[in-house]
Design a protein around this ligand. Structure first.
Ligand SMILES: C[S@@+](CC[C@H](N)C(=O)[O-])C[C@H]1O[C@@H](n2cnc3c(N)ncnc32)[C@H](O)[C@@H]1O
Length: 264
């Protein structure tokens, strides 16, 4: 791969405010492939942007007001309204707001005490910490591809009684593997598999969690239900085949959740 061309593509992508903060590793992964298959540099840049939109930009349709949200979370007691307001600015958490109470009540029901969480490709889901049943002072490791989002979450999470470790990470190139009590992989596998169809399998191989929570959207971002639950359930069955995991299926209005005991 021509490193000069790749550096030029990275600079072009970074020049737009929408992708100014996105992970270098992910831009390079997508960009290198586009440079290899497109005839013109401009086309490679455009296709890289399209792909970044599909896996990230699509979920953040408006301006992310991190400074304002942080201020509100810091001063409001309890901060639940401020947290809900912030979560409404990421499509994935916005869809979950109407069911937030029952979602986490069912997911945590009957689990042994949870001292550590990994949230993979987290979006703004870590702001739902007050709805989760975590032990006092639990550690919360959140990863996503946006540096500004990770900086915001790194400042907000300590205000919610958890020890935060928030990092920019492309989990396709670098899947996390430190041991945790609970790992969330919420509505994320289809995104990763758009970039690399084997990324989901590698991620599930790497994660070391006693309980793994994997979910899939059952409506598209535009709101259409196109038999997604069935397709994703089949995809998940294929991903977990032969692992010997104990799996429970939890159905919500817009989301299909698998609660997995891995015995890891
Ligand atoms: C459908 S959203 C799910 C967000 C969150 N898990 C939730 O359910 O609320 C997908 C998330 O994956 C993130 N993402 C996409 N590609 C990624 C990658 N290669 N590594 C880490 N995060 C990624 C996006 O930025 C986005 O926040």
């Amino acid at each position: 791969m021509n490193e000069t061309l790749l550096a030029a593509l990275l600079a072009e992508i970074r020049a737009t405010s929408k992708y100014a903060h996105v992970s270098d590793a992910l831009v390079r992964r997508i960009g290198a492939r586009e440079l290899a298959v497109r005839r013109k540099f401009k086309e490679a840049v455009q296709e890289t942007r399209n792909k970044l939109h599909q896996v990230g930009g699509l979920y953040q349709p408006g301006r992310m007001r991190y400074g304002e949200w942080l201020e509100r979370i810091a001063v409001e007691s309890p901060p639940d309204d401020a947290l809900r307001d912030a979560m409404s600015h990421h499509a994935s958490t916005r869809e979950r707001l109407p069911i937030l109470d029952s979602f986490y009540a069912r997911i945590f029901d009957g689990l042994p005490p949870v001292h550590s969480v990994l949230d993979v490709a987290c979006g703004l889901n870590p702001l739902a910490v007050p709805w989760m049943r975590l032990e006092h002072g639990a550690t919360y490791h959140a990863v996503d591809i946006y540096a500004d989002m990770m900086q915001f979450l790194g400042a907000a999470l300590p205000l919610l009684d958890v020890q935060a470790h928030c990092e920019v990470r492309d989990v396709i190139s670098d899947p996390p593997s430190e041991p945790v009590d609970v790992a969330f992989v919420l509505k994320t596998l289809p995104c990763l598999e758009q970039v690399d169809k084997d990324a989901g399998r590698r991620l599930l191989d790497a994660i070391r969690a006693r309980t793994l929570i994997v979910s899939y959207p059952t409506r598209s971002v535009s709101g259409r239900n196109v038999g997604m639950a069935q397709q994703y359930a089949e995809r998940f069955d294929a991903l977990v085949a032969g692992r010997g995991w104990e799996i429970e299926r939890l159905e919500f209005e817009n989301e299909l959740v698998f609660r997995v005991s891995t015995a890891r």
